[in-house]
Design a protein. Structure first.
Lengths: 236, 624
């Protein structure tokens, strides 16, 4: 049984039917990529899983528990952590305060060690630990957002468009890091428009098209799939 | 060089006309004449004249400052001071001429000439830019007619009414008296005096810039303190008479104003002290920061003890009248500390804080009153009701917070504003009249009794406010450093991301509103006990705005800032009662000035300083 099972979910923005029965599965230890064009429902799917939106039909099951209508903040202590779209660091707090905020739900004594761990993963952040997050570059802010999400020791990490607004060089670095995080045993669900990069690190992928899963396969097969190549990878 | 010169000229003209407009405006609203009633130094000058001179002085100084930084020599700076001074006086002089009997025709002439001058100017500009001749002529005519309609009708109005005063009520005899330096009958002498005084003040402003920084700061301290003591002569007298005998008092004060000799002495002493501080203050600070931590703790401890001593002794030091002001300030400090939990810590803009104040006041009134509305026959005492008022206010805070939990920013502010208004209407309503008296309010609220003594004087009530403020201060400091405080910090920065961190934002916001309301209730209860009666018209939106303003002026999320804000915004107006007509004018001016020059407040909290710097840094970073 998978760590996360999304079962025929229908989500609406008012009267707009955004997700029309999306289903997929994420197994423990996997990197799963949700790809698709603008408006396909990628972010909506992520928001529904993380509790920011509630599905009208269907179920989201995490670790055997129905979390369809659980509030967003309660999911953090259950082990689901989200890096919001557009990074969303606390711009006016320092790097260290941001990371502390990430460990908000924890009450154990390991926070200090994990802070060290975060700085090992992102040495740039250690250099700038006392700097205010708003003054970091885009790439550094993305790193901070990821590092902060890891501070809650998640089992499942939800990443919303981690490559958005980053220079190509930095995108490589971010995906490298995601791979390393996965190697440490964190399950990753990744939403990306940059299908090329996403499929390179993912184990499996789902292609969303106007609120429905159009294709699902292993990442390797998707990279070879003709439709995917044409539509999302720009290969003729 | 030419560029530099025209730039310089522009700065000088703009500053001069700005300060001229200031003088004209304060005169036209009657401020100058009203301020003239209060003398700063006996038989030397009044507050109104001080205002009249302060504008050219400040403008002259800032002109010199701008030009000096651009590399202008001393001669230019002095000339600019003179020009600024003259331009300051100019609008007032013109108005004086218009207002006088002999030169009334001048106004008429001006009003009739203005449209043609303006139209010709624009036409000339168009002609120079090579426009079509017919278009230029047509525009000239159109502009002249359009402006002419306005000015000619003004001219007509003045002709019919025969007087400027019918339009500008405050351009009256008193005003002429002040701005001509008591030469109302000899208008020309008066005008020359005004121009001369203004030019001298502008010139002094220019000279002030040329003085080296240490003596300049010393002079500023000396002048500032002397003028402050003079302007608040009545207050200072009240404080001093508690501690000095009658003869000494008579030496220093002529009624409420400072005599000349003590003023001079005060000026010399404070300048000397200011000089020493400007010269050696830096060394004192360095040697303090060079001390090791135990020594520093001793110095800090002694400072704290002295401060605590002053706080404890305050009512005896300042006497009854000022103790009453201190209690009012204290009530607002209490509310400021409470509202700061919502605004400063959690970032929730609550404009209905008066709700909690009203709830506290009415609870105390109804439960303890021995009048017709207090049906409980005084069974409950002040001390028993205080916790009830606190809980009731918290409950009100909670109830009003529930519907607005999903609102943010401006929308939240507007909704809370509405709640404040609802409370005011409820208090005055017929519906609740049997309970809380409607417009008649609740009367006969007994004073608190402590160990058998009735605390009826402000000197005694002061201690209740003091204790309540200290408790609130303690709680809010502890809260700020707690896990709850961090929740609020995250919500203030970004509510969505806070949710992503696992923070239950709804709960945290409810808690912020509820705790914030608590001190409002206590403040209201103390207010009711102090005044002895509770009327609905004490609970207007201005209470909410006052509390909000004092937080902003003092410094958001800064506890010492709140005290300073309350002293400035609540205490000062109490001491300047005779100018209460201008209270909101000065209030608004102060807020605007603060927002432009010191948005972080008088005593900013560390975090906010850090935030303001961060936003500047971020701006610089994106500018790269």
């Amino acid at each position: 049984m998978g760590l996360l099972e999304v079962n025929e979910i229908h989500t609406y923005y008012g009267n707009i039917h955004a997700l029309k029965g999306v289903s997929f599965e994420v197994d423990s230890g996997e990197i799963i990529a949700l790809i698709g064009s603008n408006g396909a429902g990628k972010t909506t799917t992520l928001r529904t899983i993380s509790g920011l939106m509630e599905p009208r039909e269907g179920r989201v099951v995490y670790d055997g528990e129905d979390i369809s209508s659980a509030r967003a903040d309660t999911l953090v202590s259950k082990g689901i952590s989200m890096v919001p779209e557009g990074r969303g660091v606390f711009a006016k707090l320092t790097v260290e305060e941001n990371l502390d905020m990430g460990a908000y739900t924890r009450r154990d004594s390991g926070i200090k060690d994990d802070l060290k761990g975060a700085f090992e993963l992102f040495p740039r952040l250690q250099e700038r630990r006392r700097q205010v997050a708003g003054t970091l570059s885009g790439g550094e802010q993305q790193m901070l957002a990821i590092a902060r999400a890891l501070m809650s020791k998640p089992r499942l990490l939800l990443l919303d468009e981690p490559s958005m607004g980053l220079a190509p060089v930095l995108v490589d670095g971010v995906f490298d890091t995601i791979q390393r995080i996965a190697n440490e045993g964190v399950t990753i669900l990744l939403v990306e428009q940059n299908a090329h990069m996403a499929l390179q690190i993912a184990d499996r992928g789902y292609v969303l098209q106007s609120g429905e899963v159009a294709i699902s396969d292993t990442a390797a097969n998707l990279q070879q799939n003709e439709t995917v190549q044409k539509t999302y990878l720009g290969i003729d | 060089m030419n560029m530099l010169r025209s730039q310089n000229l522009r700065i000088v003209v703009i500053l001069g006309l700005l300060s001229g407009a200031f003088i004209l405006y304060t005169g036209a609203v009657g401020m100058i004449a009203a301020f003239h009633e209060r003398e700063v130094v006996n038989d030397v000058f009044s507050l109104g004249q001080l205002l009249l001179m302060l504008a050219p002085f400040v403008a002259g100084f800032s002109a010199a400052n701008r030009l000096g930084d651009a590399g202008a020599g001393p001669t230019i700076l002095l000339v600019s001071g003179v020009v600024v001074g003259f331009l300051t006086a100019l609008p007032t002089i013109i108005l004086l001429l218009f207002n006088s009997d002999e030169y009334r025709g001048l106004l008429d002439l001006t009003l009739r000439v203005i449209p043609f001058v303006v139209a010709t100017y624009f036409a000339w500009q168009m002609y120079r830019n090579g426009r079509d001749r017919q278009l230029v002529l047509g525009s000239w005519l159109a502009i002249a007619v359009l402006i002419g309609i306005v000015t000619f009708s003004f001219a007509l109005i003045f002709e019919i009414k025969g007087d400027l005063r019918t339009v500008l009520v405050n351009i009256n005899r008193d005003w002429v008296e002040v701005v001509t330096f008591d030469n109302r009958r000899e208008l020309m002498t008066g005008i020359v005096t005004l121009a001369f005084a203004s030019v001298v003040a502008g010139l002094i402003g220019g000279i002030f810039y040329l003085i080296p920084s240490v003596p300049r700061r010393a002079l500023l301290y000396g002048l500032g303190l002397t003028l402050l003591v003079g302007a608040f002569g009545e207050t200072v007298r009240l404080i001093l008479q508690e501690n000095l005998d009658r003869d000494t008092m008579r030496e220093i004060f002529q009624r409420d104003t400072l005599r000349q000799r003590p003023a001079l002495m005060l000026f010399i002493i404070s300048t000397v002290v200011g000089f020493l501080w400007a010269k050696f203050g830096q060394d004192v600070q360095t040697s303090f920061s060079n001390m090791d931590s135990s020594q520093r703790r001793v110095v800090n401890g002694v400072g704290m003890l002295v401060f605590a001593g002053i706080l404890l002794m305050l009512p005896w030091l300042i006497g009854r009248t000022l103790s009453d002001v201190a209690v009012t300030i204290g009530i607002f400090v209490l509310m400021g500390l409470g509202l700061n939990i919502a605004i400063g810590l959690a970032g929730l803009l609550d404009l209905g804080y008066v709700t909690n104040y009203a709830v506290g006041a009415y609870i105390l009134a109804v439960l303890t009153s021995i009048g017709p509305l207090g049906r409980l026959d005084g069974v409950f005492t002040f001390w028993m009701v205080i916790p009830v008022a606190l809980l009731a206010a918290m409950f009100a805070g909670f109830v009003f917070a529930v519907p607005v939990l999903r609102m943010r920013g401006d929308y939240l502010a507007i909704a809370t504003l509405g709640f404040g208004e609802i409370i005011g209407k409820l208090a005055i309503s017929d519906w609740l009249k049997p309970l809380i008296g409607g417009a008649q309010g609740v009367q006969a609220i007994p004073k608190p009794i402590f160990l058998g003594t009735e605390l009826k004087n402000p000197e005694q009530l002061y201690y209740i406010v003091l204790v309540a403020s200290l408790v609130t201060l303690f709680v809010s400091v502890r809260l700020n450093n707690s896990r709850t405080g961090r929740q609020w910090m995250a919500i203030r920065e970004d509510e969505d991301v806070a949710t992503a961190m696992g923070i239950d934002t709804a709960r945290a916001k409810l808690l912020a509103f509820t705790l914030s309301a608590a001190t409002g209730g206590v403040a209201g209860a103390i207010f009711a006990a102090k005044v002895g009666t509770v009327f609905p018209n004490s609970f207007t939106v201005f209470i909410s705005i006052n509390v909000l303003s004092l937080i902003i002026v003092g410094g958001i999320a800064s506890n010492p800032g709140i005290v300073v804000g309350a002293v400035v915004l609540i205490g000062m107006p109490e001491l300047l009662r005779e100018f209460s007509d201008f209270r909101f004018l000065m209030y608004g001016a102060l807020l605007v000035l603060m927002m432009i020059n010191r948005p972080q407040g008088f005593i900013p909290s560390k975090l906010v300083t850090h935030e303001v710097r961060a936003s500047v840094k971020a701006k610089l970073a994106t500018a790269d």
